[in-house]
Design a binder for this molecule. Structure first.
Ligand code: DOR
Ligand code: ZN
Length: 345
């Protein structure tokens, strides 16, 4: 039986939610990942260091005593975030980044930034403190087609941000287009990107052909296979340290997605590393998985690489149709389908 051993990976973009919802999913990430960068788009959002520390404690107390999972907390940037909060964040060992959601771009982004210029003093301070900015890179203008929103964000906003803050470390999260891959490849090393398993393994046909499949609906929305999905696969498997693992695993109750107005989010924490292994193996690049999953993220965040190892075995298993989610159900990515790699635990 074919096996591969990897340095334990980390998830550099993870939604855990709060309360019972968090308790039902956190163990899945903790089983696979050394660390998780925990997204702050709760309701209410995590806008202060004290909220981030309280959320960190809530996650820690939900973990089993044997777990070594380390949640890395993130502050939610608003028009009224202060420089003082940024200084406190960079002094708090629990907090590792600040997240920019353009207001209205996605789930719980109502408190997000309405005009980036309002945040310039704060971004200046982050640059000084060397605190990374994580970016949901989509414009929200009604007249911009949803499939173009990432590209337009890059053209209008990100290019400007990179010029105005040349020393700020930035991660363009969950990239979905060839335009994003090209932009990252052409940028300095302080700009990186995360890539999700669903954007590597699926495209908009999976969501829309033969009926609408709400469990494939996420933001930024899945794009065309050529050139976008193909370009993401090439970037992830290229060995470039600018691209690393971030699942954007975003659990929602099944009925919230299977609705006349279904919410955005793909849940992938149940099989994150196996899904990435599937994507890399399909193009014959399994040997490139370790850099993407376990090295380039910690290097970018200036954190040590994990010392533990995990082993994946090439043996097929069927992903369950659903998992328990806070007394209800969440439908996982690849539900009912076979994956070729199994994590040995
Ligand atoms: O699909 C998504 N779901 N994209 C996001 O940006 C947010 C996430 C969520 O929190 O559900
Ligand atoms: Zn996300």
């Amino acid at each position: 039986m074919e096996k591969i051993t990897l340095t334990k990976p980390d998830d550099w973009h993870l939604h855990l939610r709060g309360g019972d919802a968090m308790k039902s999913v956190v163990g899945m990430s903790a089983l696979q990942m050394g660390r998780g960068v925990i997204m702050p788009n709760l309701s209410p959002p995590i806008v202060s260091v004290s909220q981030a520390i309280a959320y960190h404690s809530e996650i820690m107390s939900a973990l089993s005593p044997a777990s070594v999972f380390n949640p890395l907390m993130v502050l939610y940037l608003t028009d009224s975030t202060t420089k003082k909060e940024v200084i406190a964040a960079s002094n708090a060992q629990e907090v590792h980044a600040v997240k920019l959601y353009p207001a209205g771009a996605t789930t719980n982004s109502e408190s997000g930034v309405t005009n980036l210029l309002n945040t310039y003093p704060v971004l200046e301070q982050m640059q000084k403190e060397d605190l990374p900015l994580l970016i949901h890179g989509e414009v929200t203008d009604n007249d911009i087609d949803i499939f173009d929103r990432e590209k337009v964000f890059i053209d209008r906003t990100l290019s400007r941000l990179v010029k105005d803050f040349p020393g700020l470390r930035m991660v363009l999260e969950h990239i979905t287009t060839k335009d994003a891959v090209d932009f990252i490849n052409d940028s300095h090393n302080n700009i990186a990107a995360t890539i999700t398993p669903h954007h590597l393994l699926a495209n908009r046909n999976d969501m829309l052909v033969g009926g609408i499949k709400p469990h494939f609906y996420c933001l930024p929305v899945l794009k065309r296979r050529t050139p976008h999905q193909d370009s993401l696969i090439r970037a992830a498997t290229s060995g470039s340290s600018k691209f690393f693992l971030g699942t954007d695993s975003a659990p929602h109750e099944k009925h919230q997605k299977e609705s006349a107005c279904g919410c955005a989010g793909v849940f992938s924490a149940h099989a994150a590393i196996e899904l990435y292994a599937e994507a890399f193996d399909r193009v014959g690049k399994i040997e490139m998985l370790e850099g993407f999953a376990s090295f380039f993220g910690p290097d970018f965040y200036h954190l040590p690489r994990n010392e533990e190892k995990i082993t994946l075995e090439k043996s097929k298993w069927r992903v369950p149709d659903s998992y328990n989610f806070s007394g209800s159900h969440v439908t996982p990515f690849f539900s009912g389908k076979e994956l070729s790699w199994s994590l040995l635990v």
